[in-house]
Write a protein that binds this ligand. Structure first.
Ligand code: FAD
Length: 401
């Protein structure tokens, strides 16, 4: 341990990096969490996520669920439909044998709970705002140059975890290649307030231009996640509020009455990306730094939460056995666990988007047959639900209680 300031340093204090730090409290490991933006940025980010049952269990395992659950929506129905085709597939908790199908949580609610956890974890040092500007990898550790309040500090750690988002400067600097593509679609998000009760129902509606999701939020608000070809998305984003709401209502339908805008509109580039490796000696990638997917099905953050829980478990077990937590032998256990599972989800979201974002008649017939089969065959519905709610693959111990 001599000569090391920390056992591990996490670069990036978004939800995934901060959750990893929290999962390592009480581990006996000295953890540095380095985040470029101040906490106020984390608490003011306007984004809501579909949170799977498994992610909910991980928050439960961390002891944060009592703090989060009263401030989020638990949805008890998902309606999946193909454009105007009237026969929607309705997923209910009894199809899965659970009490709920998932949750919708806002970024600030999750971050607030994670920050409280950090504040009560003496083994975690939070450097924020602070930026990792360079990493020098050595056989036994990593030397980091960290910019804090205009000064550059040198930090030595046995392991660096990159949780620094999809562009991950750390991944790029380490020479880890990625595979994937940018979609022909962009994603518009906003929050609306419908006139009628949303009834805690989540909708995923597939238009030929792209998937359109309505996620119920507390206070009878709804998060819209709307993908459309770039030009169409830009045109929608440029409309004035009235014209935008008219276009939105055409996709949304009239089941919830008149809509009013309750937030600004944001436009995101959509991409699929998988890193060739999640680990090198002294380096591990988690969350969007390792992979990104299309927002259909709301899986991106959930994959990152699972990465963080899995890596924490691998590191904890290695530390208890006296192994070197930054050694490739230990880190490969995490990579073997998560890489293939994430690839399955990336493939699933890509399949959904390509299969539904088209008017090509043979595919329209096949997918409507698929939806009919899903309405009729319970095992098929059960399998789709298990995949969407994070019940497939290996569960981290944090989620088993
Ligand atoms: C439109 C849209 C809708 C989505 N909806 C859903 C959904 O419903 N459900 C879902 O599961 N997922 C969803 N996602 C995906 C989800 O937003 C991401 O997967 C998730 O936010 C990634 O979290 P992260 O912590 O890995 O990365 P980020 O949130 O990008 O955090 C990275 C952090 O690293 C910091 N950082 C970067 N460089 C450095 C550095 N050098 N030093 C220090 N700090 C640094 C940044 O400041 C940032 O805070 C959606 C994505 C989009 C675009």
């Amino acid at each position: 341990m001599a000569g090391f300031d920390y056992d591990l340093a996490i670069a990036g204090g978004g939800i995934v990096g901060t959750l990893l730090a929290c999962a390592l409290r009480d581990s006996g490991l000295r953890v540095a969490l380095i985040e470029a933006r101040p906490r106020t940025a984390g608490l003011s980010r306007r984004q809501a996520y579909a949170v799977t049952l498994l992610s909910g269990k991980i928050f439960q395992g961390l002891g944060l669920w009592q703090e989060i659950l009263p401030k989020i929506t638990t949805f008890c129905q998902i309606r999946l439909s193909d454009a105007d085709y009237p026969h929607a597939v309705r997923f209910l908790p009894e199809d899965l044998g659970t009490e709920a199908l998932g949750y919708v949580a806002e970024h600030n609610v999750i971050m607030q709970a994670l920050y409280e956890c950090l504040d009560n974890s003496p083994n975690i040092t939070e450097l924020c705002p602070a930026e990792v500007v360079q990493a020098h990898y050595q056989p036994d550790g990593v030397e980091l140059q960290v910019k804090v309040e205009g000064e550059t500090r040198l930090i030595r750690t046995r392991l660096l975890v990159a949780a620094d988002g999809s562009r991950s400067p750390i991944r790029q600097e380490a020479g880890i290649r990625t595979r994937g593509w940018k979609y022909w679609q962009s994603c518009i998000t906003c929050v609306v307030q419908p006139e009628k009760e949303h009834g805690s129902i989540a909708y995923e509606r597939f238009w030929p231009s792209g998937p359109f999701a309505i996620l119920p939020l507390p206070g009878n608000r709804c998060q819209i996640v709307w993908t459309a070809p770039h030009a169409e998305a830009k045109a929608m984003a440029d409309l004035d509020d009235g014209a935008f709401l008219t276009e939105l209502s055409r996709r949304y339908g009239d089941q919830m009455g008149k809509l009013s805008l309750a937030s600004d509109r944001y436009v995101f580039q959509v991409q699929l990306m998988q890193s060739d490796r999640y680990t090198l000696s002294r380096l591990a990638l988690v969350g969007d730094a390792a992979h990104c997917c299309h927002p259909v099905g709301g899986q991106g953050l959930n994959m990152g939460i699972r990465d963080a829980a899995a890596l924490a478990q691998v590191l904890l077990q290695a530390h208890q056995k006296g192994e070197d937590i930054g050694g490739l032998k230990v880190l490969r256990r995490y990579e073997r666990w998560r890489k293939l599972e994430n690839l399955t989800i990336l493939g699933f979201t890509d399949f959904l988007d390509r299969c539904f974002s088209t008017n090509w008649l043979p595919l329209v017939i096949i997918r409507r047959l698929g939806l009919w089969l899903m309405r009729t065959l319970r095992p098929l519905k059960y399998f789709a639900l298990r995949l969407m709610t994070g019940q497939t693959g290996r569960s981290p111990q944090l989620a088993r209680h």
